[in-house]
Unconditional design. Structure first.
Length: 291
């Protein structure tokens, strides 16, 4: 989750319909007409029997996707993934994987409120799911409300003390909650647990960059981008740190490796404003911290 990297999402996707709201419509049988009284009979006509509502037939169970179908959807766009995993959760409300994947897809669409709601339903069924707790923390961090990410991330630390993802998320959450000492301690713990992980290195570097240590941040980011599998966001973080030091040509060269020209122009304009006496105005566009 890189707070200050480049490549913004272009638009919010429409909010999905409620996930678990299938309604079974039951049909009423037609009421039989009452029999007429015989014309010479003095007896009163028999009262018509009340119509009886038919018991709705049980709906056929929804078929869950096969492992191959689940693996294939990972290559789809976030909106398609969200629709797929919503159907899976509809078929089985206790499916933890479906709940986590649905929340993740919604988070990719920047629908953070829906992402939080989706994963909270999963946690109601599986309160000790590490993946669900991490996803809840990520969704809160994604919408800039790190304070609410602290409890689920701490819970993951209790359940799995060797999982680097929990302290890495806690570092960002503490930063957003303006608890800098705890943030630095969490970033350092994550780095001890995963010293070669480029995202962990990048998160610590961003903390340094925002706390008056741009040279140290640059050194860490250069280490991070040299690691195998370093995400694009790490390189864009380096571009940001270089730009904030006034090295705009170097920053632009890095930015152009990953971003379309219009976004490079927007980000460079922000950097020029940020490094001048004029107010910066809009912010460097981002995709969130690395995962």
């Amino acid at each position: 989750m890189c707070r200050m990297s480049a490549l913004a999402a272009t638009a919010l996707a429409p909010v999905l319909a409620p996930i678990l709201a299938p309604i079974l419509a039951g049909a009423l049988l037609a009421a039989a007409a009452p029999a007429a009284a015989l014309p010479w009979s003095k007896a009163k006509p028999a009262a018509a029997a009340p119509a009886k509502a038919a018991t709705p037939a049980p709906a056929a169970p929804r078929r869950k996707a096969t492992p191959a179908e689940r693996a294939a959807v990972a290559r789809s766009e976030p909106l398609a993934r969200a629709a797929f995993w919503a159907r899976e959760l509809d078929a089985d409300g206790g499916d933890v994987e479906a709940g986590v994947q649905l929340s993740q897809a919604l988070r990719s669409l920047q629908n953070y409120g829906d992402a939080v709601a989706a994963i909270q339903r999963t946690l109601a069924v599986s309160p000790d799911s590490v993946e669900a707790l991490l996803e809840l923390a990520k969704s809160h961090v994604g919408r800039g409300q790190g304070f609410y990410a602290i409890d689920p991330a701490r819970r993951v630390q209790q359940l799995n003390p060797r999982d680097w993802r929990a302290p890495s998320l806690l570092g960002v959450a503490y930063e957003q909650a303006q608890r800098d000492e705890e943030a630095l301690a969490a970033h350092r713990l994550a780095l001890r647990l995963a010293p070669e992980n480029p995202s962990v290195i990048s998160n610590l570097a961003l903390f340094q960059a925002t706390h008056g240590q741009p040279a140290e941040a640059e050194a860490l980011l250069r280490q991070a981008i040299a690691r195998p599998g370093a995400p694009i966001a790490v390189r864009q973080n380096l571009a940001l740190v270089l730009g904030l030091q006034g090295r705009l040509d170097e920053a632009e060269k890095l930015a152009r490796q990953d971003l379309p020209p219009e976004l490079v122009a927007s980000n460079m304009a922000w950097l020029r404003a940020a490094t001048s006496t004029a107010p910066a105005g809009r912010s460097w566009q981002d995709v969130g911290r690395p995962q």
